[in-house]
Design a binder for this molecule. Structure first.
Ligand code: NAP
Length: 478
């Protein structure tokens, strides 16, 4: 076991403890399928103890000066940056992503602490006169209270810090339930926060394979006032229903089905470069991953061939060995990607590269480009979550926009065109919370990240991300 693997106990009230029933579960390396570590399998009783600890720490944390919370978050940024190498290595080991992606995620994750260190002292309200002149109006933003944070496995560090950073800046305390595939990174992030001076009980972490029971118990806990969830739309819907019972404030970062539009006037070199980033960052296991490539007919074949040449040349192997493409997170992920590709080829799509899982240990799927994908293919309607790029030709702007919007999701859309007027015109009609123009990457801690339609509610990052952890309180004053 590497020195970078944190202790596998729950983090409750500043202590590292076993599960109350002594249970644990194994965390596996997707590249080798070997066990990395055993992690405590939190029980409902443990989850409630974590919420009690967060509730006990809440008044003190909310009462600290914003500058003090800011300095602690800044220290967390410094500590995380100093320990970036070991964090990135742990992410590769439990998630499988290539080392460069893990290093990128670690830097991105740390930035949330820096950004929210800066935001903690800018939680400004407002003061004004009522339109009638009858009274003055003072509005302040207070911490929402104890927050339940539930995170996915695909960005095990960044999805945790994107929630913990603004929550702590706003004066909230938290219980984090990380994904069972990747709990070790979350535990290491908690250790980094403790090292940076976050007081006991402010950040509690409860890994658990009993996600449904643990979430239900926490949503029923009197002190829990906020749920921030990142994961699939399917589980998001369940949690929204569960949160309704106590009218718990919710933020939802859910699934995506991002269209990537390339117009004939685009710089094709830039479009292919951007496609590689939008598709292959995190091996396609990202909510922002380009899921459907709509390319104007005159350049569709050339775009698909150039993308296939780049995708087909990528080396696939364990991330720690320096491969450009690592394994998918587990065997089920490989099976699901394979089914989507087989469905598309069964309907007539042509395989330009890849098209199959690799015959070796670990959960590897070959980078794949499909051309001539017919409408109705499942992978145009579902999240692929793997290294597969389906290319579809279009003839007009209206046709491209209609196809792009023909989904229940609305997280991000990519537009490539040299004509900025067109890019803005198209972007305004695309149903998405984020539009990338001539870029393959949108994520930035300083920007409001989030989706419309069934991709979510609320925003993470930017100033909006801080407000999501506050309640406005209005004073009417003579
Ligand atoms: P998931 O299956 O929905 O799981 C997400 C989290 O929810 C995990 O911690 C999981 O715990 C937990 N969970 C599962 N069932 C639950 C239940 N019944 N009640 C409460 N919690 C439950 O999603 P995933 O497979 O980890 O992540 C991939 C999905 O996340 C994709 O759809 C992706 O698009 C989305 N995502 C969205 C964003 C965004 O910002 N919009 C960012 C990243 C990922 P266990 O692991 O223990 O089951």
């Amino acid at each position: 076991m590497s020195a970078a693997v944190p202790a596998g106990g729950l983090r409750i009230g500043g202590r590292t403890v076993d599960a109350s029933d002594g249970g644990s579960f194994a965390v596996a390396d997707p590249a080798s399928e070997e066990t990395i570590a055993e992690v405590a399998n939190g029980t409902v009783q443990d989850a409630l103890a974590a919420a009690d600890a967060a509730a006990a720490a809440a008044a003190d944390w909310a009462g600290r000066a914003p500058r003090e919370r800011s300095e602690i978050l800044r220290a967390a940024f410094e500590t995380m940056t100093a320990r970036a190498g070991e964090i990135a290595e742990l992410i590769v080991r439990e998630n499988g992503k290539p080392r460069a992606d893990a290093e990128g995620e670690t830097a991105y994750a740390a930035e949330f602490f820096r950004w929210y260190a800066e935001e903690a002292v800018r939680n400004l309200g407002s003061f004004g006169t009522a339109p009638s002149g009858a009274n003055r109006m003072l509005v302040v933003h207070q911490p929402v209270g104890v927050c339940l944070l539930i995170t996915p496995w695909n960005f095990p560090a960044a999805m945790a810090t994107r929630k913990i950073g603004p929550a702590l800046a706003a004066g909230c305390t938290v219980v984090l339930k990380p994904a069972s595939e990747t709990p070790l990174t979350a535990l290491l992030v908690a250790d980094v926060l403790a090292e940076a001076g976050v007081p006991d009980g402010v950040v509690n972490v409860v890994p658990s394979r009993r996600s449904g029971d643990v979430a239900a118990a926490l949503l029923g806990h009197d002190a829990v006032r906020k749920l921030s969830f990142t994961g699939s739309t399917e589980i998001g819907r369940l949690l929204l229903r569960a949160a309704a019972d106590r009218v718990v404030n919710t933020s939802m970062e859910l699934g995506g089905n991002a269209p990537f539009l390339v117009f004939a006037d685009a710089d094709l070199d830039a479009a292919v470069d951007g496609a590689m980033v939008a598709k292959m960052r995190n091996i396609g296991e990202a909510c922002t991953a380009a899921n459907r490539f709509y390319v104007e007919a005159p350049v569709a074949e050339e775009f698909a061939e150039r993308l296939a040449a780049r995708m087909g040349a990528l080396d696939v192997g364990p991330g720690l060995d320096g491969a450009a493409v690592g394994p998918l997170v587990n065997a089920a992920a490989v099976e699901s990607v394979g089914e989507l590709v087989d469905d598309a080829t069964g309907r007539g799509a042509r395989v330009l590269c890849g098209g199959a899982a690799l015959d070796r240990a670990g959960h590897f799927y070959a980078p794949t480009v499909l051309a001539g994908v017919p409408a109705g293919a499942r992978l145009l309607g579902e999240e692929i979550f793997g290294p597969v790029a389906p290319v579809v030709a279009f003839d007009s702007e209206d046709e491209a926009i209609a196809a792009a919007n023909d989904t229940e999701y609305g997280l991000v859309s990519y537009v490539y065109s040299r004509d900025l007027d067109r890019a803005l015109r198209v972007g305004e009609r695309l149903e998405a919370g984020m539009i990338a123009v001539n870029r393959g990457l949108v994520s930035d801690p300083a920007a409001p990240f989030g989706g419309v339609k069934q991709s979510g509610l609320g925003r993470e990052g930017g100033h909006e991300g801080l407000l999501d952890y506050t309640e406005s309180k209005y004073f009417a004053i003579p």
